[in-house]
Design a binder for this molecule. Structure first.
Ligand SMILES: NC(=O)c1ccc[n+]([C@@H]2O[C@H](COP(=O)([O-])OP(=O)(O)OC[C@H]3O[C@@H](n4cnc5c(N)ncnc54)[C@H](O)[C@@H]3O)[C@@H](O)[C@H]2O)c1
Length: 321
């Protein structure tokens, strides 16, 4: 049974990825420090079903802690590593740049150092579509220079991609960076638009809609992201970068309308100008991932939002309010 480390295991994408890996027969060691960027209670809920499985183990450690990461690798000797732990909000990063640098860059360096010593077969590291900034090359392709990040968060993610290149150059590690595009689905992050819109519909909370909803985002269902990451594991090939998106950008005004139609109720939003961190569009060219490891996103936006909504209305906070 191959053993895999998944950092950020208690988070949104991490918990969904762990669940899919367990279904496929991997033995999973999850790592998370239950950071309080959003409620650790939500993270406890995410890992609860994983902890019931005999082939899942959770290590509550911090990726910034070099010694703990080194000893976890020495003890478990993982065959594969999926590194998702990070501070992930784009706009939040503007107020806390140093924290983003420490978690995303120093934390990733610790993972790379441990991988250098313990030589897993493949290290897959989360990056983001935000590295493309306001590129004029649309759809976004992996060989774009991506050297104009619009906020500290994408700057730290692009920097870790570059650091990965260095580790491949010096130590011949097989490293792939996956640039995720606006991921949504069950266990969704409370700071992201799907959750905020659902909160607005359910509890009347006011939300901000940038530029009158006239922006496009390439929303990608979390199950497709998890399948993409797992599909990639068996295709190590030196240093690589892959887009993992859906390749079908959705107008944000339509996105809100789809959610309102599901709920049979309106959201309470105000229109505000987009902040400087926000590009007009994100749009993935997914042909590289398709041809190298058969990535094939299955879930369209309406079906995915139905699954998200089904999960969302079962959350305890819905009942509490
Ligand atoms: N959700 C998206 O749309 C999206 C898009 C692009 C990239 N990403 C990337 O995907 C990855 C997962 O994102 P997510 O949306 O699941 O976010 P998330 O915040 O739900 O998950 C990240 C997890 O990492 C953990 N973590 C944070 N700092 C840590 C530390 N110092 N040590 C150990 N664990 C720590 C958090 O507790 C959390 O559980 C991140 O790297 C993020 O940058 C996400």
């Amino acid at each position: 049974m191959p053993k895999i480390f998944v950092t950020g295991a208690a988070g949104f994408i991490g918990s969904n990825t762990c669940s899919a890996l367990l279904d496929q027969g991997y033995s999973v060691v999850g790592i998370d420090n239950f950071d309080d960027y959003y409620s650790p209670v939500a993270k406890e809920r995410n890992v609860a079903p994983l902890l019931k499985q005999a082939t899942f183990e959770l290590l509550q450690i911090d990726v910034r802690d070099t010694n703990s990461i080194m000893s976890a690798f020495a003890q478990h000797q993982p065959d594969y590593v999926v590194h998702l732990a990070a501070l992930a909000g784009v706009r939040a990063s503007v107020a806390r740049p140093t924290d983003y640098v420490l978690t995303n860059m120093a934390g990733t360096t610790n993972i790379l150092e441990a991988a250098k010593t313990h030589r897993p077969k493949h290290v897959v590291i989360a990056s983001t579509s935000s590295v493309y900034g306001k590129t004029k090359v649309i759809p976004f392709v992996e060989d774009d220079l991506a050297n104009e990040p619009l906020a500290p968060y994408p700057a730290t993610k692009r920097a870790t991609e570059l650091l990965g290149y260095t580790y491949n150059n010096y130590y011949d590690l097989d490293l792939s960076f996956v640039r995720f595009f606006s991921v949504y689905g069950p266990n969704g992050r409370p700071d992201m638009m799907p959750y905020l819109v659902s909160d607005s519909i359910l509890h009347g909370k006011e939300i901000k809609l940038f530029d009158g909803g006239q922006m496009h985002r390439d929303w990608t269902y979390v199950g497709d992201i998890a399948a993409g990451v797992i599909g990639l594991l068996e295709h190590p090939n030196g240093y690589q970068i892959y887009n993992l998106g859906r390749g079908e950008p959705v107008l944000m005004a339509d996105f809100v309308k789809y959610m309102e139609a599901l709920a049979g109720k309106s959201a309470n939003y105000i229109e505000v100008p987009a902040p400087k961190s926000e590009p007009k569009i994100t749009y993935a060219d997914i042909s590289k991932a398709q041809s190298v490891f058969g990535y094939s996103p299955q879930v369209d936006i309406k079906t995915g939002l139905e699954k998200f909504w089904e999960w969302r209305i079962q959350q305890p906070d819905v009942l509490e309010k």
